[in-house]
Design a binder for this molecule. Structure first.
Ligand SMILES: [Zn+2]
Length: 288
């Protein structure tokens, strides 16, 4: 199939930090126009409701409520990351997992990463995918993807106990699988491709304070955006993040979410809030 101008590719990069893309002038991520996005309409900056809002055009307040309590009690803010870094090495692995699963999660109403991983489909919400003839996604948080399963949590705990390598290896492996799926999707005739990777969020949580280390992964994403552009020179390409990552205050290499996101386009179009992506995509939908 030859690429025509109506093909739209969204590269969803969880945790892509606006200030780093600007500082390092990563031209294939910056594209023709780019901006920070404003997250002030969201009650908490967490992944599933953010991505869900991009494909539905709406913030789901009920899902947000489920997250609010969890974030209050168990969210990864600078203070808790600092505490986990100090105490992590003393935490025995299995008992800590037991306490987390049997004492913390029941109080917070279960792991919202799992209970909201597919909320868009479970609630039968109308999405942008309904507006295109042939759309594809490798799964988004809120739309069929669990970004923090038991493997990820156990490896994160291991990282807090001083060994970050297995967690980083796990994040890279997931990224490679997702990258392969993207390039095989680009060979097909989809009119909307919405691709997602959690690489920079996962690595950012354990490495945001080490800029040199982060640069390596940002260069990889820039390279990926370049390959997509070369492969589909006439496609409309949007690059979007839910939020960025910043170093946790006083906690060495560890990172936490920053309270704004990133957006760029190959067309010069811009949006100010993540959920405006729905309307933007709708403008280019074939009208079926
Ligand atoms: Zn995160």
């Amino acid at each position: 199939m030859s690429d025509d101008f109506t093909r739209i590719i969204v590269l969803g990069i969880d945790g892509l930090e606006y200030s780093l893309v600007e500082e390092w002038k990563l031209e294939y991520i910056l594209q023709r126009a780019h901006c920070r996005t404003d997250l002030s309409d969201y009650d908490v900056v967490v992944t599933p409701p953010l991505w869900g809002s991009m494909i539905t055009g709406k913030i789901d307040r009920e899902v947000m409520r489920r997250w609010k309590l969890h974030t209050l009690l168990a969210g990864m803010d600078s203070m808790r990351v600092k505490l986990a870094e100090k105490l992590g090495r003393y935490l025995p692995h299995r008992p800590t997992i037991w306490v987390w699963n049997h004492l913390v999660l029941p109080v917070t109403g279960g792991n919202p990463f799992e209970s909201t991983a597919d909320y868009v489909k479970k609630k039968n919400l109308h999405t942008i995918f309904h507006e295109f003839e042939k759309s594809w996604t490798n799964g988004l948080p809120g739309y069929g993807r669990v970004v923090s399963n038991s493997t990820a949590r156990e490896l994160l705990l291991e990282a807090f106990r001083g060994n970050r390598k297995p967690y980083i290896r796990y994040a890279i492996q997931l990224y490679k699988e997702d990258r392969e799926r993207l390039f095989s999707a680009l060979n097909r005739d989809y009119d909307l491709i919405f691709w997602y990777t959690c690489l920079l969020d996962k690595i950012g949580h354990v490495c945001a304070g080490n800029k040199l280390e982060m640069l390596k992964y940002y260069l990889e994403i820039n390279q990926l955006a370049k390959r997509v552009k070369k492969k589909c020179p006439d496609a409309i390409i949007y690059i979007i993040s839910d939020h960025g990552m910043k170093p946790a205050e006083g906690a060495g290499k560890w990172g936490v979410h920053s309270d704004y996101g990133f957006f760029s386009s190959s067309t010069g179009e811009l949006i100010s809030k993540p959920y405006h992506l729905y309307e933007l995509l709708l403008r280019h939908a074939p009208g079926i």
